[in-house]
Design a protein around this ligand. Structure first.
Ligand code: NAP
Ligand code: F7E
Length: 344
């Protein structure tokens, strides 16, 4: 039986990827770090807790990483563990670097030193393009990172290429553009919008506080994107952009989600004074708050997925409108008090 180790299995992508690999017959090991409460909500939601083999792993601790890898000797290693919230990386740049860069180095060094034959997948990111130097972004577009998160991920990305070239390790990187789902963390702007709109619909007086509404992303669907990860690791080691090539602003995401929630959204004002009202109730539903602006932000991303389409046959199957409908519906149900097993 083939085996796979997923670091970051408790996160959005880790849970969906584990589900796919289990369905494909893999023995799946999931690396979890201890917390005061178990963080298995997403795995329970997908009903795969009993089918995963959870191992205690802190990626910043070399001996821990080395011991786990040499004990399990997985055929595949998916390195998804990260401090993944860009905004927090400005407050915790050292921690972010240790997890995202040193964590990756610990895994690659362990594979190199132990001589195990694991194939390796690195969760690289469109954030590495930062203030973009060409549009759309491809595997050839130079990086111009704008946050400690993006810098740490760019360093890890170069490390993966170096271990591939220097030591022949079968290591690949997927440069994934933003991908969202019902299991997305609530701090990210998409899920923040869908979950807080659902709270308002269900009676809360909350006014959603957002930062830059003009920011534009190429948003895809996480269950589609984890399929690309499995294709990438199982083919010739290489780097691939995974994206949809369609762009949407934060403002438009809010507008479409508000409509999907049954509201009639209208925007008034500009810049820091911009507000959004629900014209069905005349209630203020969203206002701009400068606390959610970043010291330096990435305001535009659009990926060209031509290489992975041509070489590995991957294309996105879910458009942004469908993603918004799915996430909005999920949160409307979650906040309506209906008894249901909700992931997070
Ligand atoms: P996520 O939901 O934030 O999950 C991150 C995972 O990393 C969690 O399981 C977390 O564990 C784990 N982790 C964090 N620090 C760790 C440490 N020191 N040791 C061990 N595990 C640790 O992220 P995601 O959205 O699934 O993204 C998966 C990966 O893809 C990340 O590397 C992210 O940077 C990258 N990426 C994401 C996107 C996107 O749009 N989602 C796009 C490009 C790249 P806890 O549950 O204990 O916190
Ligand atoms: O921000 C703007 C914000 O936090 C998107 C991670 O998965 O994708 C994610 O990083 C945009 C930014 O995602 C709010 O300034 C406005 O321009 O949802 P986000 P992100 O920073 O793009 C990449 C590919 C990753 O690799 C990361 O791991 O939305 N924005 N107002 C806001 N963002 C947040 N979070 N909250 C707001 O209130």
């Amino acid at each position: 039986m083939k085996s796979a180790l997923i670091t970051g299995i408790t996160g959005q992508d880790g849970a969906y990827l584990a589900n796919d690999l289990i369905n494909e017959g893999y023995k799946v090991y999931g690396a979890v770090r201890r917390g005061s409460t178990p963080k298995i909500g997403r795995l329970s939601f997908l009903n795969i807790i009993e089918k995963t083999n959870l191992v205690s792993l802190e990626v910043t601790e070399f001996s821990n990483v080395y011991n786990i890898l040499t004990e399990i000797k997985p055929d595949l290693v998916f390195n998804l563990a990260a401090q993944s919230f860009v905004q927090d990386s400005f407050k915790h740049p050292i921690l972010t670097t240790e997890i995202n860069y040193i964590g990756t180095l610990n895994l690659l060094e362990s594979i190199k030193l132990s001589g195990i034959k694991s194939k390796f997948y690195q969760a690289s990111t469109s954030e590495m393009y930062g203030e973009v130097l060409s549009d759309p972004q491809t595997e050839e577009t130079p990086f111009n990172p704008r946050s400690p998160y993006a810098v740490s991920k760019a360093a890890a990305h170069f490390l993966v290429a170096n271990f591939r070239e220097a030591y022949g390790i079968e290591a690949s990187s997927g440069i994934l553009f933003n991908h969202e789902s019902e299991l997305r963390g609530r701090e990210f702007v998409t899920r923040k919008i869908t979950s807080q709109l659902a709270e308002i619909i269900n009676g809360s007086d909350r006014v959603i506080q957002l930062g830059n509404l003009n920011s534009v992303r190429d948003w895809g669907y996480a269950p589609d994107f984890v399929k690309a990860m499995a294709l990438i690791i199982n083919n010739k080691p290489n780097d691939y952009v995974v994206a949809t090539n369609k762009i949407t602003s934060v403002r438009e995401f809010l507008r479409l989600s508000a409509i999907a929630s049954g509201m009639r959204p209208e925007f008034e004002g500009e810049g820091l004074n911009e507000k959004c009202f629900d014209k069905n109730t005349n209630k203020l539903i969203c206002e701009v708050n400068k606390d959610y602006y970043r010291p330096s932000d990435v305001v535009f991303l659009r990926g060209d997925y031509g290489k992975i389409k041509k070489e590995l046959g991957w294309s996105p199957s879910t458009d942004v409108e469908t993603i918004i409908e799915k996430m909005t519906k999920y949160d409307l149900d979650a906040f309506s008090g209906k008894p249901r097993n909700f992931g997070i």
